[in-house]
Ligand binder design. Structure first.
Ligand SMILES: N[C@@H](CCC(=O)N[C@@H](CS)C(=O)NCC(=O)O)C(=O)O
Length: 326
């Protein structure tokens, strides 16, 4: 009998968990101990228990991260026009960037935006794939009036959505990001949705269900307008932040630009979550872009990956995230 081969998934587990030189974290030690018995290991299929993890995990949308050309200009626009609060700001001069976090409530319980300003960079390309952020409001007409009075750029007047009844409007912020204003009588959090365009909706749904444990809460097909949408979340439609994935019939590619960055989602175990993502990317495409581990200096454990269309998600350790807020 020839030499036994290392089961590919065990090897990838090892690689996923040992990205940081000198890292002797729990996961690395586990990975080392699992490889030390390798000669005895019999190749087995990816564990279905592991694939169940994203559904059992404590997941929550934390923030959307994107770049802006002038932090103060955007803070003023979001606070004055949308009524968001400035939650925190940090300047990192040694890395030549600054962040501002804004939203409608505390980060412990709300989805927020994380603006990034890179010193000296005043404009970005948003690309064609990013769709919009959505804000729920009980009266779109009134909010549009308010935004217009503040000098905001209304790119779609309020009125029922084409082919439907929900009243919507579109506003462009100072960098050109679109915010959809959507009429809802009540909401758990006004900032409740991010819309991204994808090239294969079935593949994307499968990816996000398996890799992130998201569930499809609603799909809408509008053949007359040649698009299908899937809304994915971690709860019921009106109680969860939603990832809205739009498929335009026949369009399989979009440009990403360099403005929008990623969505961050909380997890109770970054290492286990990364291993699931690793298995799912092997099956459906996409790739891990940052191996699971602590960010040097901050020590918050994260992992990041791209979906099959190239959209990035960062998984952030829930406990570490709360510590950052202290
Ligand atoms: N081609 C559109 C498809 C998605 C779409 O049309 N969505 C609806 C909202 S769910 C919309 O933007 N409608 C425009 C309108 O009603 O004016 C896109 O890629 O943005």
């Amino acid at each position: 009998m020839g030499p036994r081969r290392i089961a590919p998934f065990l090897l990838s587990f090892f690689l996923t968990h040992t990205a940081f030189a000198g890292d002797t974290s729990r996961a690395s030690l586990e990975a080392i101990s699992s490889t030390s018995n390798m000669a005895e290991a019999t190749p087995v299929a990816p564990s279905s228990e592991l694939l169940e993890w994203p559904k059992k995990d404590k997941r929550r949308f934390l923030h959307a991260v994107y770049r802006v050309g002038d932090l103060d200009r955007t803070i003023e626009f979001y606070t004055e026009c949308f009524g968001m609060k400035l939650l925190r700001k940090r300047d990192v001069p040694e890395e030549k960037y600054a962040n501002a976090f804004l939203g409608f409530g505390p980060e412990e319980s709300h989805f927020v935006v994380e603006l990034t300003y890179n010193y000296g960079v005043t404009s970005y390309d948003i690309g064609t794939g990013f769709g919009h952020f959505a804000i729920a409001t009980p009266d779109v007409y009134k909010l549009v009036e308010h935004i217009r009075a503040k000098g905001g750029n209304i790119t779609r007047e309020p009125g029922p959505v084409k082919g439907g009844t929900t009243v919507i409007a579109f506003v462009k912020d100072p960098d050109g990001y679109v915010f959809a204003l959507i009429e809802r009588a009540s909401t758990h959090d006004p900032l409740y949705q991010v819309m991204l365009r994808v090239g294969d909706l079935e593949r994307s749904i499968k990816f996000y269900e398996k890799a992130l444990g998201l569930r499809v809460v609603k799909t809408v097909d509008k053949p007359e307008y040649k698009y299908t949408i899937a809304f994915l979340g971690y709860g019921e439609e009106h109680e969860t932040t939603l990832l809205e994935l739009t498929y335009n019939y026949g369009v399989t590619e979009y440009t990403k630009g360099n403005a929008y960055a990623q969505i961050a989602i909380g997890t109770d175990d970054v290492y286990k979550s990364a291993e699931v993502v690793n298995q799912v990317t092997n099956e459906l495409g996409g790739k891990i872009t940052r191996q699971a581990g602590p960010i040097p200096g901050i020590n918050t454990k994260i992992t990041s990956f791209l979906d099959p269309d190239g959209w990035k998600t960062v998984l952030v350790d829930n406990q570490d995230f709360l510590k950052e807020l202290e």
